[in-house]
Ligand binder design. Structure first.
Ligand SMILES: Cc1cc2nc3c(=O)[nH]c(=O)nc-3n(C[C@H](O)[C@H](O)[C@H](O)COP(=O)(O)O)c2cc1C
Length: 248
C-alpha cells in the first residue's frame, strides 16, 4: 500500500476528551502514538498523556512519518532533532517510551542506539518506506503527493531484518510492524524476537485481520505444543549456509 494521508487526527484536546474515556472503559493498557512538529510539541504531548497513568501505559514516539511537512522524516532527518524529541518525551513522561523508526531516517540500528542512549526504553520497527507510483496517462503521481509511505507485505523482509538485528544488538522491548497480514507472519516476527505486534495495512484488506491472526497464533501454539509466546520469542536459528559456502 502506498499512502499519503499524513497524520490526520483531531488533535490532543479531542483525544483527551473523547478517546481516553472510551479506552478507559475497555480496561486495556494503551500505547499512545504521538508526533509533534517541534521538540516542544513532543514534550507537551508527553506531559498531557502523563495525566492518565491508569490508561496510558506507554508512548510510541513517531519520529518517522513520511507524509507530513512540519514533523515527519524530513524534520527528523537531522539526527539532533530525533535525539531532542526523545529527550523531551523522556523528561515529560513517566511511562514506557518507545521510539518509532524507519529506514528513511538513516541507519536504523545507529539511530536506535542514539535514542536508547537518550532514554527511550524500546523501539517500534518499522514505519513505512518512501515510495512512488506513476499514472502512465497523466504522467503524474497516482497519489496526492509525489511520494507516499509504502507498507504491507512488500516491506516485511526489511522489517523482519531490523527487528531481528535490533533485538539481538540492544535486547530492548520491540513493537514490530511491517506487512504482518496473517498468523504465519506474526510467528515469523516472534521468532526473530518481537515483543508486540502491530497490524496496519492488513486491516484495509480484512478488517478482522487482527482477530484472525490471534486465532491462528493460538492454534499454531496448540498444535506445536508451545506453552507461551515467550517459548517462541527469539528462537531464530541463524543461517550457517553462507559460512559453509565460503569454507568450500
Ligand atoms: C494508512 C496508514 C496510516 C498510518 N499512519 C501512521 C501514523 O499515524 N503513525 C505512525 O507511527 N505510523 C503510521 N503508519 C505506519 C504503520 O503504523 C506501520 O508502521 C507501517 O504501515 C507498517 O506496518 P503495516 O505493513 O502492517 O501497515 C500508517 C500506515 C498506513 C498504511
Amino acid at each position: 500500500m502506498l499512502n499519503a494521508i499524513g497524520l490526520q487526527n483531531r488533535g490532543l484536546e479531542d483525544f483527551v476528551e473523547h478517546k481516553i474515556p472510551h479506552f478507559k472503559k475497555l480496561g486495556v493498557p494503551l500505547i499512545v502514538s504521538i508526533a509533534g512538529e517541534s521538540t516542544k510539541e513532543f514534550g507537551l504531548l508527553a506531559k498531557a498523556m502523563g495525566r492518565f497513568p491508569s490508561v496510558v501505559k506507554a508512548l510510541e514516539v513517531n519520529l518517522s512519518c513520511p507524509n507530513v511537512e512540519g514533523g515527519g522524516v524530513n524534520f527528523m532527518r537531522k539526527q539532533k532533532r530525533i535525539r531532542d524529541a526523545i529527550q523531551a518525551v523522556r523528561d515529560n513522561a513517566g511511562v514506557l517510551v518507545l521510539a518509532k523508526l524507519s529506514p528513511e531516517l538513516g541507519d536504523v540500528l545507529q539511530i536506535a542506539e542514539k535514542v536508547l542512549a537518550k532514554g527511550a526504553d524500546g523501539l517500534s520497527l518499522i514505519n513505512t518506506l518512501r515510495g512512488m507510483s506513476v499514472h502512465i496517462k497523466k504522467r503524474a503521481s497516482r497519489i496526492v503527493r509525489d511520494f507516499g509511505g509504502l507498507s504491507g507485505p512488500a516491506i516485511k523482509p526489511v522489517a523482519l531484518r531490523y527487528v531481528y538485528q535490533a533485538k539481538k544488538e540492544f535486547g530492548v522491548p520491540i513493537i514490530a510492524s511491517g506487512g504482518i497480514s496473517n498468523w504465519q507472519d506474526a510467528v515469523e516476527f516472534l521468532i526473530v524476537g518481537a515483543d508486540l505486534l502491530a497490524v496496519g495495512t492488513a486491516n484495509f484488506v480484512e478488517p478482522m485481520a487482527t482477530m484472525d491472526i490471534l486465532r491462528g497464533l493460538k492454534d499454531f501454539c496448540r498444535t506445536e505444543k508451545i506453552a507461551t509466546l515467550d517459548a517462541l520469542r527469539g528462537t531464530y536459528v541463524p543461517a550457517e549456509g553462507g559460512r559453509k559456502r565460503c569454507q568450500q
